[in-house]
Design a protein around this ligand. Structure first.
Ligand code: ADP
Ligand code: MG
Length: 619
C-alpha cells in the first residue's frame, strides 16, 4: 500500500526557497536533523516515565551518523519516539504552525536568513538544501507498524508501510553532486562539534570497518560548573536552545540553594524574535527534572512579559513523573518562577547604567518588558525603574523615570512644584512631539514622556504614581496651563459666536468647541475631557473593532491669539460670511485631527479646499 500526497502549498513555497535560493551555510541542515533526533529522544524519555512498558523497548539513546562516500548518502538515525503515519503527514508535509509563511517573508525581507530556519519550526526542510531525495524509515515507540516516507522535495511525498525492528527514525539523504563533501568524516566531525557538541545524547559517527566514534562531549551543560564552561560553549548552547544565531545579550547561569534547589541557564537574545507580539507566543524555557526533559510548554515558569528569555530550568525537587496538571498548580514552580524573575531583574539592574549596552536590550524587548509594570504587581516599581522612555527633553535619547523626576524637581508651575510625571500617548514619536496639546507644557518648561507602545495605555493606569509623583496623561493634568500673553486676541463676543457656530456644525464629531489659553502656535487642537479615555487608546480600540468613536468626549479647542482664529472670529459676526466660515471651520477640524494622528472623515474635501487656498496664495 502506498500513498502519494502533495505538499501543502506553503511547504512547496518554502522548499522552493530552500532548494533554489539559499546557498550559504548549507551545513546547518545537520544541526537541524540532529536537533530533531535529540527532541525525539527527549520525548521518548519523558513518555517512558509514565509508560514503563515502552521504556523496556527504549535502549540507550543515541544518534548515529553514517556517511557513505561511494553512494553519496548520509544517514541520520535515532532511537527516539519515532513517527506513525499521521505524524509523518502532519509534521512533514503540512505545517500547522504559521512558521512557513513567516519564514518565507523573513527571507524576502532580509535576504538569506537560512540561519534562522529552525526558529520558525521548519528545520526539517533544510535537508533539501543538500539532498535531491530524502528517505525516512520510522517506527513509533509502542506501535507495531513501521513506515517509509520519501520525497524529492519538489512535487510531494510518498508514504508506504515498511519493516523496521526497533522504534526510532532513520533519515537517508541522497546528496546532490555539489554536496558530496558531507560524507567527509573530518568535515562531519567538525560540523558536529561546532553546532551540536552539547547535545545530551551521544552523537556517534559510524565509520564502517573503522568502527564507531562518539563525537560530542554531550552532558547537560547547565549541570556543569561555571568554571568548566567556555564562553563558546555557552554561546553554542544558546544557539541550540533559542534557535537564534546572534550573540546572547545576557547569559545567566545560577544555582539556587536553600528551600528549593534548582539550576537555571538563561539567556536574553540581542534581537527580538518575529513572534514577540503574536498572541500565541509561549515562553522560551525548558523544564528539566534531574536532567530529564519534562516540557517546554510550562507557562507557569516565566511571566508573559519575560517571554523572550530563553533557557533551561532544572530542579531535582520536582517529582520526575510530574503531570502537566500538577505543573499548573505547583507552589514549587511558583517559587522557582519568582526567584528566577528576581535574579533576572537584578542582572538588568547591573546593565542598566551602561546606556549603549542597555539600549540593545531595550530596543529589542522594551515594549514587551514594560508589560510587567501592568502584569507583575510585586515587581512593578522595579520594572518601571528599569524602563526607558523618549520624552520632549530629547527625541533621540531614552530617559528613565528617575532622571525625569530629578529634572522635574527644578520646575515650578506657577507657585507650585511639579508633582507629576506627564505623558502623552500616540502612534509615533515625531507626530506626538508636534501635538498642539504640548505647547503649554513647552512654554512652561515641563517635560512630557512620549509613549508610543500600545501597552503604555495600560501600565500607566495600573501604576498611579512613582516615587511620590503621580503618573498623568497631559489631558488629566490638574495644573494651570494657561499662558499669559499680551498679544492680540479675538474678542470674547466674537469667540462665543464662532464657538456656537462650530458647536452646531460639529455636533456629531466632537462633544464641544471651546476657547483655550493653552495653545501658542496652533490655531486649533483636539483634546478630551479630564478622566476620559485618551484619543490614542480610543483609536487602538476602534482599530481592534472593540468600540466605536466616543465623539462626545472630544473637545475642539480654539486659540484666540492665532491670527487665523482672530480673523475667522471676526468673520463669524457677519451673517453673509457664513458659508466661508463653515468651510474654513471644517478645514480646521481636519487639521486638528491630522495633528493628533487621526484620520479625517473626508480627505477629498480637505485636499480640494487646500488646493484652492494654495492657488489663491500663489496668485
Ligand atoms: P520543529 O523541530 O521546530 O518542530 P522541524 O521542521 O525540525 O520543526 O520538525 C517538524 C516535526 O517533525 C517535529 O516537530 C517532529 O514532530 C517531527 N520530526 C522530525 N524529525 C523527527 C525525528 N527524528 N523523530 C521524530 N519526529 C521527528
Ligand atoms: Mg527541528
Amino acid at each position: 500500500m502506498s500513498d502519494k500526497m502533495n505538499f501543502q502549498a506553503e511547504v512547496g513555497k518554502l522548499l522552493d526557497i530552500v532548494v533554489n535560493s539559499l546557498y550559504s551555510e548549507r551545513q546547518i541542515f545537520l544541526r537541524e536533523l540532529i536537533s530533531n533526533a535529540s527532541d525525539a529522544c527527549d520525548k521518548l524519555k519523558y513518555l517512558a516515565l509514565t509508560h514503563p512498558d515502552i521504556a523496556k523497548s527504549a535502549g540507550e539513546f543515541k544518534i548515529a551518523i553514517t556517511p557513505d562516500a561511494k553512494n553519496a548518502t548520509l544517514k541520520i538515525a535515532d532511537n527516539g519516539i519515532g513517527m506513525n503515519k499521521e505524524d509523518l503527514i502532519n509534521h512533514l508535509g503540512t505545517i500547522a504552525k504559521s512558521g512557513t509563511a513567516e519564514f518565507v517573508k523573513n527571507v524576502k525581507d532580509n535576504g538569506s536568513a537560512v540561519d534562522l530556519i529552525g526558529q520558525f519550526g521548519v528545520g526539517f526542510y533544510s535537508a533539501f538544501m543538500v539532498a535531491s531525495k530524502v528517505e525516512i524509515l520510522t517506527k513509533k515507540a509502542g506501535e507495531d507498524n513501521a513506515w517509509s516516507w520519501e520525497s524529492d522535495g519538489v512535487s510531494g511525498f510518498e508514504i508506504k508501510e515498511a519493516k523496521k525492528e526497533s522504534n526510532g527514525t532513520e533519515i537517508t539523504l541522497y546528496l546532490k553532486d555539489e554536496d558530496k563533501n558531507f560524507t567527509d568524516t573530518i568535515y562531519l566531525r567538525h560540523i558536529i562539534r561546532t553546532y551540536s557538541d552539547h547535545i545530551d545524547y551521544p552523537i556517534v559517527l559510524c565509520l564502517g570497518e573503522a568502527g564507531e566514534e562518539t563525537v560530542n562531549s554531550g552532558s547537560a551543560l547547565w549541570a556543569r560548573h561555571k568554571s568548566e564552561i567556555t564562553s563558546d560553549q555557552y554561546k553554542e548552547f544558546y544557539h541550540h536552545i533559542s534557535k537564534n544565531f546572534d550573540d546572547p545579550w545576557l547569559t545567566l547561569h545560577f544555582k539556587a540553594e536553600g528551600n528549593i534547589e534548582y539550576t537555571g541557564l538563561l539567556y536574553i537574545p540581542s534581537s527580538a524574535p518575529y513572534d514577540l507580539f503574536q498572541p500565541d507566543v509561549k515562553n522560551g524555557l525548558k523544564l528539566y527534572v534531574n536532567k530529564v526533559f519534562i516540557s517546554d510548554k510550562v507557562e507557569e515558569l516565566m511571566p508573559h512579559y519575560l517571554r523572550f528569555v530563553k533557557g533551561v530550568i532544572d530542579s531535582s525537587d520536582l517529582p520526575l513523573n510530574i503531570s502537566r496538571e500538577m505543573l499548573q498548580h505547583s507552589a514549587l514552580l511558583e517559587k522557582i518562577k519568582s526567584g528566577t524573575v528576581k535574579r533576572l531583574l537584578k542582572e538588568l539592574q547591573k546593565r542598566v547604567e551602561n546606556y549603549d549596552d542597555y539600549l540593545i536590550f531595550w530596543q529589542a524587548f522594551g515594549a514587551a518588558f514594560k508589560e510587567g509594570i501592568y502584569e507583575d504587581f510585586t515587581n512593578r516599581e522595579e520594572i518601571a525603574a528599569l524602563s526607558r522612555f523618549i520624552s520632549t527633553k530629547d527625541l533621540e535619547k531614552y530617559t528613565s523615570l528617575d532622571e525625569y523626576i530629578e529634572r522635574a524637581k527644578n520646575v515650578k508651575i506657577g507657585e507650585n512644584e511639579q508633582k507629576a510625571i506627564y505623558y502623552i500617548t500616540g502612534d509615533d514619536v515625531k507626530v506626538l512631539a508636534n501635538n498642539p496639546q504640548l505647547e503649554a507644557f513647552k512654554a512652561k518648561g515641563i517635560e512630557v514622556l512620549l509613549l508610543t507602545d500600545p501597552i503604555d495605555e495600560f501600565w500607566t493606569q495600573t501604576l498611579p504614581n512613582y516615587k511620590g509623583f503621580a503618573i498623568q496623561h497631559i489631558a488629566n493634568a490638574d495644573i494651570d496651563l494657561n499662558i499669559e500673553r499680551k498679544d492680540d486676541k479675538a474678542g470674547d463676543g466674537e469667540m462665543e459666536k464662532l464657538c456656537s457656530i462650530m458647536n452646531e456644525l460639529f455636533k456629531n464629531e466632537v462633544g464641544k468647541v471651546t476657547t483655550t489659553e493653552k495653545l501658542t502656535n496652533s490655531p486649533v487642537s483636539l483634546n478630551v475631557e479630564q478622566g476620559q479615555m485618551s484619543i490614542h487608546l480610543e483609536r487602538l480600540m476602534r482599530n481592534h473593532q472593540q468600540q466605536t468613536a466616543f465623539a462626545s468626549t472630544r473637545i475642539l479647542e480654539l486659540n484666540p491669539y492665532h491670527p487665523l482664529i482672530i480673523k475667522l472670529a471676526a468673520m463669524a459676526m457677519e451673517e453673509n460670511n457664513r458659508p466661508k466660515v463653515i468651510e474654513i471651520s471644517k478645514i480646521l477640524l481636519d487639521q486638528a485631527k491630522i495633528a493628533e494622528g487621526e484620520s479625517i472623515s473626508d480627505p477629498a474635501f480637505y485636499v480640494a479646499k487646500l488646493s484652492d487656498y494654495i492657488l489663491k496664495a500663489m496668485a
